[in-house]
Design a protein around this ligand. Structure first.
Ligand SMILES: Nc1ncnc2c1ncn2[C@@H]1O[C@H](COP(=O)(O)OP(=O)(O)OP(=O)(O)O)[C@@H](O)[C@H]1O
Ligand SMILES: [Mg+2]
Length: 335
């Protein structure tokens, strides 16, 4: 089919409210653009086709609708997890060569899991991501879920910690019962609760129990899903904990080369003045996380637009850099 034919059919599917056909044709159009090597167009179409599900998590996963209801905390009624879908590429991630290699390898293992099974081998499926805020732990889990085309089950650890302490174990059980019924990338995000409240003896006793409970369930978990836990408190990395995971990945702050790639990636959205010295900015931003650089670029773009320009200048970057410097000094004081 030519793209005109597909678009014609898309219109018909829309008028008929035939959602399934609509998505099928949408994907066909994307595949056609890919075959024509129009990769940017294909990516944009893909994002547009699924943007609704991305922006409103309530409506996510029409295509991955779970058979089971989302487990909730008995006491508060809050959902214990969310099912999310992302449409990202591995190239969206800017990581050290080492981490990139390890992650590529992991993804490959999972993709060939059926072949591994012939040899009675299994891919790694329990990962721990550790590292400073804004270095891409959550983002990497989103990218992996996109690349593997598996929905992301997103679990905030604090949702599990119920106000009734007795419920915590029940909540954990509910979550694990839920995830064993599907194939997903499961992210236990911000398990930092383990690192917090260390001074409070009563609390820390309780938290220790929760952590042990969690680790036991991780230990016992068998299935095709990939489980990722993320924390920005590396001191949880005592041997008892990391033993449970097949792989521990440490997310470091980007070096100058990676910072350069980040500037290029996050400034790409808008035209920039030729004089902008990307190398200079990469040098100056030692200590910035990828998320800081992304924020700095966005702030520079906003600054340009607010001042009536459609091109980013050095002055815009200088402004956003000074804002970020200040932000970082406040952050340091808080540590
Ligand atoms: N390595 C990276 N490459 C490209 N973009 C990144 C990277 N890390 C972070 N970003 C950008 O910054 C945003 C925030 O990063 P993210 O939430 O993944 O950090 P985190 O490590 O999970 O931090 P926290 O410890 O605070 O949870 C991401 O959504 C992404 O847009
Ligand atoms: Mg995170």
């Amino acid at each position: 089919m030519t793209s005109t034919e597909i678009i014609k059919k898309l219109f018909i599917a829309f008028s008929k409210k035939d959602e399934e056909e609509f998505y099928r044709l949408g994907e066909e159009l994307i595949a056609l653009e890919k075959r024509k090597k129009h990769n940017v167009v294909a990516k944009e179409l893909k994002e547009a086709l699924f943007s609704y599900s991305n922006s409103s998590n309530q409506n996510v996963s029409k295509r991955f609708k779970p058979n089971l209801p989302i487990p909730r905390d008995n006491d508060s009624g809050f959902p214990l997890l969310e099912i999310q879908e992302f449409y990202l590429d591995f190239d969206d991630l800017i990581l050290s060569e080492n981490n990139k290699y390890v992650l590529t390898q992991l993804i490959r293992e999972i993709k060939v899991s059926e072949v591994l099974a012939v040899y009675n081998l299994k891919p790694k499926n329990k990962l721990l991501f550790s590292g400073e805020p804004g270095t891409g732990k959550t983002f990497t889990a989103q990218v992996i879920s996109s690349v593997l085309q598996l929905p992301l089950v997103y679990i905030r650890f604090d949702a599990i910690i119920s106000s009734y302490l007795g419920e915590t174990a029940t909540n954990l059980r509910k979550v694990f019962d839920f995830i064993k019924n599907g194939r997903w990338v499961v992210l236990f995000d911000e398990v930092d609760i383990i690192g917090k409240n260390r001074n409070d003896e009563h609390e820390s006793g309780e938290i220790k129990r929760v952590v042990n409970n969690f680790l036991q369930m991780i230990d016992q978990f068998q299935g095709d899903s990939l489980i990722i836990s993320a924390t920005n408190h590396p001191h949880i990395l005592d041997p008892a904990i990391w033993r449970r995971f097949d792989e521990v990945i440490n997310f470091e702050l980007p070096d100058e080369i990676n910072r350069r790639e980040l500037f290029i990636k996050y400034l790409k959205v808008m035209k920039r003045e030729k004089e902008i010295n990307i190398d200079g900015w990469s040098k100056k931003t030692n200590g910035f996380s990828p998320s800081d650089i992304k924020g700095m670029c966005k702030e520079a773009m906003v600054h340009a637009i607010v001042n009536g320009n459609d091109i980013i200048t050095t002055a815009d970057l200088e402004y956003s850099f000074s804002r970020y410097k200040e932000r970082m000094s406040v952050r340091k004081q808080g540590e």
